[in-house]
Design a protein. Structure first.
Lengths: 315, 478
């Protein structure tokens, strides 16, 4: 056969090529494992997954930018973790809660869970947000969640065996932050309200929707946490009044649903910070996220409320 | 089937093995079957178009060679031109033509709506049409003898590495290669795979990443500030380059593994020091096609009057713009390039005199020329990417009149910062290529082993970690 003859003619080169391929695979495998180990450890540090924090804040970008866990820790004098990542939807947050409880020897006593009038609408959040949790797919809970969410088995296997594919630039940045112990909100700008208004006019802002499925996932999440004897604080981190005024009636209706749900359960407490701060535009970096100053102010309020909560719990 | 898919890796592996295991004289069979399969993965029905074009051009070329009559030869050439350009018009330009006619009627106050075609645009139709046209024109001119072997000719039309997005090969270059004996060579395989790796990196790591920001901004340019639009336009310049040159590299690399040499399609275009130089470096296979089959037949620069030369240049660039897409934005893009080309050609001598009179060192002058040329090209990309001429004018106006302030960095500023770093990385690689330190297109590759291996691991890791998957190549739409 021509191919065999061609290879026989280049026996030395063929042998070298095979060795080179083998060495390359070994080298790549070593780098792949090292990258995974280093980045994963950084993420564990960033999310404080390797600590048994008494309080853990779980959420997406609004928690990332709205709650300063280091400030809470300092004010409350107890360990506070923050397992929050930009883009996590309702399903992701349920998976995060399960991962959180499974990863620890001692379950947290309190989970701070951010809510808003957009909590039951997954619009605007990525449909492939499960990718954010690929670094934790060695965890049984997460592996199961990702296996159900991932489109193809082939993709699942690639992420399972080529570990560096589990990371993207956002996760790498968080890992670096973990090593540096740097969780500060870097958004120091103040929201451009004219720009927000233009987006509203162009129909390019988030829509308040009450999705029954998302509400169901939310309830399951709450039930899971309370069944582990933890208290839930549903913190409504402020959203800008201009956005809320898009459909104030729907906004009030959704917030009332959350408030009513919390009122039915002794282990769940709802705190509305938006009512107090939604008109204070200086505290926002955009329509739904706090800037560094806003984060500090909301976190100080939250620290006071959590302090009172723990006092009442100890009685 | 996309080059940046797992399916292609499997396909290419199988076709390479089968190709080299087949006796030399029969090798066109697996390649042709593979090429047709490659195309049918996108839309099986449209393979009929390629086969039809192949038959028409095969017959036309043979008939041209058989007859002594110039009229008959011209008749067969016109048959080939009409069939190929007719298909191209029907599938690509028909709706554009109707829209234009409707607008003319509307401006005349006539309310007449013409039925639109619902046919899908066949992937790569502009590429294979131009490739087959070059064959029949070369046969007509007597530069090439018609290919007797129908299978090999069909393979020339449909050779999968360059079927859907070029390089647009000439029959004089590619057809003889199908008759040669190609041995499986390890050095060629390594050098081809190296090009594939670099092309993949450019495509999935740089181009697809940049496209996310560019699409976001260009989809609604009215809501973004001048600096944001400028940043998106810079990103687009590198997106289109990495996308298209990435495809070409994968095509050239794949063909090299199989034993074939395709022409180089890009030669560091953003290091061009004039618009003329840019067109010697950007999409070389297309620009030389237009030069040989449109510009020179029109008279080129050897015409009696300057106005005729200007006409020739503007026709070539206008048609080149239209080749890229059925939209006036592409025509404007081409005409701006044509105008810049004319200005560049007419002022080359006076610019050199100006430099000499001021005593500006050659290197410094060239660096300044590169920056100016790049920004002229950047301006034209606005028209290339914008959805409409109105949007393009809005973007240019916003950038010019409102250039101050911080740009919006997109949903993830980390991703945008990484995009900037990747562009800087690309720039470093290009400068090294320019200085012949990274001769990707030459073999054997002489860089130190530590640099090479770190590069391979880094690129592979980059694709694994930072790559975006399964985005179509921009040039597929052409």
């Amino acid at each position: 056969m021509p191919l065999i003859n061609d290879l026989a003619m280049q026996r030395g080169a063929a042998r070298n090529a095979v060795i080179k391929v083998f060495v390359f695979l070994l080298l790549f495998l070593a780098v792949d494992r090292t990258v995974d180990a280093v980045l994963n450890h950084g993420l564990q540090l960033y999310f404080k997954l390797n600590e048994d924090s008494r309080i853990v804040c779980v959420g997406h970008s609004r928690t990332v930018l709205g709650i300063d866990s280091d400030l809470l820790q300092e004010k409350l004098g107890m360990s506070v973790g923050k397992y929050a990542i930009q883009g996590a939807n309702a399903q992701d947050r349920f998976a995060m809660i399960r991962h959180l409880f499974a990863a620890r020897q001692n379950s947290p006593e309190c989970v701070v869970f951010d809510v808003s009038a957009y909590t039951f609408s997954d619009l605007g959040l990525s449909s492939n947000s499960w990718r954010l949790f690929l670094p934790f797919m060695d965890d049984e809970q997460m592996s199961e969640y990702i296996a159900n969410a991932i489109p193809t088995q082939k993709e699942f296997l690639i992420h399972k065996y080529v570990r560096s594919t589990r990371y993207n630039e956002a996760l790498m940045a968080l890992s670096v932050r973990g090593y540096l112990g740097y969780r500060a909100n870097l958004k120091h700008n103040v929201v451009d309200t004219e720009s927000v208004q233009r987006r509203i006019d162009a129909g390019r802002t988030l829509k308040m929707l009450f999705n029954e499925d998302s509400y169901g996932v939310f309830r399951k999440t709450m039930e899971y946490v309370t069944s582990h004897d933890a208290v839930v604080v549903l913190a409504y981190i402020p959203t800008l009044d201009i956005l809320n005024d898009q459909d104030r009636d729907e906004h009030d209706r959704i917030i009332q649903i959350i408030e009513d749900y919390a009122a039915q359960n002794e282990q769940i407490l709802f705190i509305n910070y938006s009512r107090k701060y939604e008109h204070n535009h200086e505290l926002f970096s955009d329509g739904i996220h706090m800037n560094a100053n806003g984060q500090r102010i909301v976190s100080e309020d939250l620290a006071n409320d959590l302090s009172q909560l723990f006092e009442s719990l100890s009685k | 089937m996309l080059f940046n898919s797992f399916q292609y890796i499997v396909f290419f592996f199988v076709i390479t093995i089968v190709h080299f295991m087949t006796p030399y004289k029969k090798r066109w069979i697996p390649l042709l079957v593979g090429s047709y399969y490659f195309y049918m993965c996108w839309n099986p029905a449209y393979i009929v178009l390629i086969i039809f074009s192949t038959i028409v051009d095969y017959v036309a070329a043979h008939r041209m060679a058989q007859t002594e009559s110039n009229r008959r030869r011209t008749g067969w050439l016109l048959t080939s031109l009409c069939v190929n350009l007719g298909l191209l018009f029907g599938f690509k330009y028909y709706n554009f033509f109707l829209d234009t006619v409707s607008e003319i009627f509307e401006s005349l106050g006539v309310d007449y709506v013409l039925p639109h075609s619902e046919l899908l645009l066949p992937v790569g139709i502009s590429f294979y049409t131009f490739q087959t046209l070059s064959y029949t024109i070369d046969v007509y001119r007597g530069k090439l003898k018609p290919e007797r072997h129908f299978g090999r000719f069909a393979l020339y039309v449909s050779f999968f590495p360059q079927l859907v997005a070029g390089p647009i090969e000439r029959a004089t270059h590619l057809l003889p290669q199908f008759q040669q004996v190609h041995h499986f060579r390890i050095d060629r395989t390594i050098s081809g795979l190296r090009l594939v790796l670099w092309g993949l990196f450019k495509k999935v790591v740089i181009a697809d990443r940049l496209s996310e920001f560019v699409n976001l901004i260009y989809d609604s340019p009215e809501i973004y500030s001048g600096p944001t639009l400028l940043l998106a336009t810079y990103f687009f310049a590198f997106q289109i380059y990495c996308d298209f040159s990435g495809y070409s590299d994968i095509a050239i690399g794949s063909a090299r593994v199989l034993g074939f040499d395709l022409m180089q399609n890009f030669n560091l275009p953003y290091l061009a020091d004039s618009i003329t130089d840019f067109w010697r470096r950007w999409h070389i296979s297309l620009s030389t096609w237009f030069r040989d089959y449109v510009y020179i037949p029109l008279g080129g620069s050897r015409v009696s009057r300057t106005s005729l030369w200007i006409r020739n240049v503007l026709i070539v660039f206008g048609v080149s713009g239209l080749w890229h897409g059925a939209n006036w934005t592409f025509v404007i893009w081409g005409l701006i390039h044509g105008t810049l080309y004319l200005i560049d050609s007419k002022t080359a001598e006076s610019r050199e005199n100006f430099r000499a009179s001021l005593g500006i060192p050659q290197g410094l002058w060239r660096a300044a020329c590169i920056v100016v040329t790049f920004h002229c090209v950047l301006l034209t990309w606005v028209f290339f990417r914008a959805s409409s001429a109105t949007d393009a004018m809005r973007i240019v106006s916003s950038v010019m009149t409102n250039p101050v302030g911080m740009p919006y960095l997109g949903p993830s500023s980390v991703a945008t910062a990484l995009s900037v770093m990747l562009i800087l990385f690309l720039a470093c690689v290009q400068i090294l290529q320019y200085r012949q330190r990274l001769p990707f297109y030459k073999s054997p590759y002489t860089a130190p082993i530590a640099l090479r291996w770190s590069g391979y691991v880094l690129l592979t890791l980059g694709i694994a970690m930072l790559g975006r998957s399964n985005n179509e190549f921009v040039y597929f739409q052409f």
